[in-house]
Write a protein of this length. Structure first.
Length: 236
């Protein structure tokens, strides 16, 4: 075999290449497999449109709770596409191949969570200001709504990936994910709604934003390791 033939042989992708390939694959699955982002955004918009009708549409009633209701709707919308995050790879054997690939399972979980945030979290963050306006939040707070939703959706993606890994192989995975993940969604809902409430009353929002960012950082550190351990347990 000549040197030219050796040079022309396909080489296995390195760590960077494997990361890029997996991220692109997850984004393709998220957008092409059932319209997960569109479903989440549609649910978010419908929920925030129905709530003012149920409350009578009185701004005096909706105004004080608009921030909290918007964050609750954001958390519920983030749950919709989590069930298939690992389950589809378990069903077709792709998860076994990922476990034997160039990336460690911790990196696989991290990339899947990052793809979940890009594919679902970012569209929800763009939808959040419109939903907040529908709930009666002042227009001056819409930039803060978008910022907090962007940060909080990252926390939802990481903790959601952990919940999806823990529910892997369960018969009613969607219900189990909700039971596991919803308590973990409470801190970002409290911090995000608290930031909007403080901004509405003229108080500094820095402490609430700092707590929200701290939660996201903690979730980004813990979720890959705990999620990888859950995947190994399900495979074993």
């Amino acid at each position: 075999m000549s040197r030219r033939d050796v040079d022309q042989e396909p080489r296995p992708p390195g760590l960077r290449g494997a990361t890029r390939v997996l991220l692109e694959r997850e984004l393709d699955l998220a957008w092409g497999g059932g319209g997960g982002p569109l479903l989440a955004c549609g649910f978010f918009a419908c929920l925030t449109a129905i709530l003012p009708l149920a409350a009578g549409g009185d701004p005096r009633t909706l105004g004080p709770v608009a921030g909290g209701v918007a964050w609750l709707a954001l958390a519920l919308a983030s749950l919709l596409s989590l069930e298939r995050l690992f389950e589809r790879d378990m069903e077709d054997g792709a998860l076994d191949l990922l476990a034997l690939g160039h990336l460690a399972l911790e990196q696989v979980v991290l990339i899947k969570a990052l793809a979940q945030w890009i594919a679902v979290g970012l569209p929800l963050a763009l939808t959040a200001p419109v939903a907040a306006l529908a709930l009666g939040l002042p227009a001056s707070l819409t930039p803060l709504v978008a910022l907090t939703a962007l940060i909080g959706s990252a926390g939802f993606a990481f903790t959601g990936a952990l919940g999806a890994a823990l529910a892997l192989g369960a018969k009613r995975g969607g219900l189990l994910i909700a039971v596991v993940v919803l308590p973990l969604f409470i801190p970002p809902v409290v911090f995000g709604a608290g930031a909007l409430e403080r901004a509405g009353s003229g108080q500094p929002v820095g402490p609430a934003l700092a707590l929200l960012c701290a939660y996201v950082l903690f979730a980004a550190i813990v979720a890959p390791f705990a999620g990888a351990a859950a995947v190994r347990s399900a495979q074993g």
